[in-house]
Unconditional design. Sequence first.
Length: 298
Amino acid sequence: MILPVPLTAAEPIRPPRAVVRGDLFWGLQGALDRRGLGPVAGVDEAGAGACAGPLVVAACVLKQGDAAKLTELTDSKMMTAKARDRVYDLVLACAVDYSVIVIPTEEVDLYGIRVMNLEGMRRAAAALRVQPGYILTDGFRVPGLTAPNAAVIKGDRSVACIAAASVLAKVTRDRIMAGYHDDFPHYGFDVHKGYSTSDHLAALRVHGPSDVHRWSYTNVATVAVKHGLRPARPVLLTYAALEKAMGAPGAAGLATVLDEALEPQLSLPLHAPAAGVGHNERSAGGVAERSRGGARIS
């Protein structure tokens, strides 16, 4: 018996411009199942573009027959908060399996958002109790996953299991950020959830960064320099953050800053893993504008 050739992960899968939800939303994982490549898991994150709070990554496996129960399911960013909460509960009830990984701010600062985004997706896939036959990730390929995999451009809008993962990740993260509001009410975390809105940036300029903020991000690092503050934990600055912080009015010279930051008692590495900055780092640092284990939500 000759089986169809499985999909390769060489190139991201691009959905058609006009997404027909009924055809494609459940169709891709159905096609993979029919090729004997199931169960299919979707993986997505929430919070990569925020400058405060944890990165949350989720993986989810759904049954094809649950399409009728999840009629509201789509990209979590396109849903209202009440709709997300409803779909979140339905996904938890319907899912064949799921995992939610919370990567704290300290770990994002220590290794950088690009590294932890990939690592978070690997952790989420590995935390599934049901071994997936194929994994679909949103937007970009992830090396080191536990099964054959492919990236889907705008996957949270066009693939049901990725959309479900996006809802799990976003609702979990939003609830964490709302909890931070009790400790840091002057930042408004309950409203903007740590993203770089104008109100958040205004509060950041007035009060300086908190422990919840990502000190490795350009806008946070720049404000910290202006307030004369240094992080109490190791921070991996991007080149963009370092260059901008050094150019801030009143900032010390590069050599002085490095000398102070690298004092033995602080042990703060101020360097980046490679030249340039990634998309998430750049957008998070614009002026306007994913624990080692992982927590399973049950």
